[in-house]
Design a protein around this ligand. Structure first.
Ligand SMILES: *Cc1c(COP(=O)(O)O)cnc(C)c1O
Length: 380
């Protein structure tokens, strides 16, 4: 058997929805009903007033940072362990970046370290709900309010995740989602910014569409073309109808992994805090010293069994491209750096069965047994 790390689920109904949009002329980002319909439906799913559909999660984050008025001379706190897109958003705006190290168990930004990293130029914080586990947005919101920070959630991996029963995306000033092929639902390429703030929604819509003014070809502000196309929105609407069952399937898959991987020494399993609903975008684990093999040795053995993995993200403080804008205050992130060496995520497609998970877990146990001396014995 071969187990790719992820395969997107595109149904015949999805294909029909896209074909219908194309037939109706909903080609680009300026026409048709699918875009506003997808925006309304996704915003409602998040419990938010406004949704602004864009071309990717990367452009969602950049648009949100731009709409918040972040620019040169400002600092933005971000989770250290994340996709480069989180770091690029403030970078594109000329702002400085302060990575915040990770918690050892949820792998999200460590709120105990947040306050000491806030300085006089700090304007915003971008928490990332990594691998589907929500950040404690109640505690983060309390700190952000005290320091008057704009809160932009990076929920690219966390559609439907919950913090004390409230869904992510609407828990800060703006929430950014991705609909890339491997995300919880997909539009091929695509993203969305959700917000409850009318003024921010207007600014997001304006900047998304080149900041067209009045008269039409007069532009007061520097905007972007970050529009989503109508045919992508039609795919998104069709996928959104299944989102609840996709999340259930992901949680079921994670449950099987937790059961079949339980009790393996030196393998740290994903957490779910008692106040959290983790949507397990990907089932991630971290290899500890007690495992007897390094992460890379384990990955090489699993690859021989056809089991595909991905490593954790390289933390933002180590990214060569971000160095010119990196604040010295966030220069060291030992937990995120260690996760970059030790973390991996396992095959997480929703079409996997419990037997598949059992056989992947079996391969991990066999690899572990190779890496350690037999109990009580001596390695010859
Ligand atoms: C995927 C991802 C992004 C970027 O989304 P794209 O649609 O690929 O541009 C941003 N942040 C996180 C945490 C992601 O996982």
């Amino acid at each position: 058997m071969r187990y790719p790390v992820f395969e997107p689920e595109v149904t015949e109904a999805d294909v029909e929805a896209v074909a219908a949009a194309v037939r109706a002329g909903e080609i680009s980002g300026s026409f048709g009903e699918s875009i506003p319909a997808f925006e309304r439906a996704f915003a409602a799913f998040c419990g938010c007033k406004h949704g602004v559909a864009v071309s990717s999660g990367t452009t969602a984050l950049h648009l949100a940072v731009a709409a918040a008025g972040i620019g040169p001379g400002h600092e933005v706190l971000i989770s250290a362990s994340t996709n480069i897109a989180t770091g690029l958003a403030p970078f594109f705006q000329g702002a400085d970046i302060v990575p915040v190290d990770s918690e050892p168990d949820t792998w999200n930004l460590d709120l105990n370290q947040l306050e000491e990293l806030i300085g006089p130029r700090t304007r915003a914080v971008i928490p990332v709900h990594l691998y589907g586990h929500p950040v404690d947005m109640d505690r983060l919101g309390e700190i952000a309010r005290r320091h008057d920070l704009v809160v932009i959630e990076d929920a690219a991996e966390a559609h439907g995740a919950e913090c004390r029963g409230r869904q992510v995306g609407g828990l800060g000033h703006m929430g950014c989602f991705s609909f890339y092929a491997n995300k919880v639902i997909t539009t091929g390429e695509g993203g969305m910014v959700v917000t409850n703030d009318d003024r921010l929604a207007d600014q997001l819509r304006l900047l998304r569409n080149l900041a067209f003014g009045k008269p039409r070809f007069l532009h007061e502000q520097v905007g972007f073309n970050y529009r989503m196309t109508g045919m992508q929105a039609a795919l998104g609407l069709s996928q959104l109808g299944r989102l609840g069952s996709v999340i259930e399937a992901k949680r079921r898959l994670a449950g099987w992994y937790l059961r079949h991987l339980a009790g393996i020494d030196g393998l740290q399993l994903p957490a779910e805090r008692d106040w959290a609903r983790n949507v397990y975008w990907m089932v991630a684990v971290a290899v500890e010293e007690a495992f007897g093999l390094t992460r890379d040795e384990l990955a090489a053995i699993l690859a021989r069994d056809g089991i595909d993995i991905r490593t954790f993200f390289c933390p933002m403080n180590l990214q060569p491209c971000l160095q010119p804008r990196l604040s010295p205050r966030g220069a060291s992130c030992p937990v995120a750096e260690s996760l970059w060496r030790r973390g991996l995520y396992l095959p997480s497609s929703t079409n996997l069965t419990e037997d598949d998970v059992a056989s992947i877990a079996g391969a991990i146990r066999r690899a572990r047994d190779l890496g350690r001396p037999p109990a009580g014995g001596v390695v010859r």
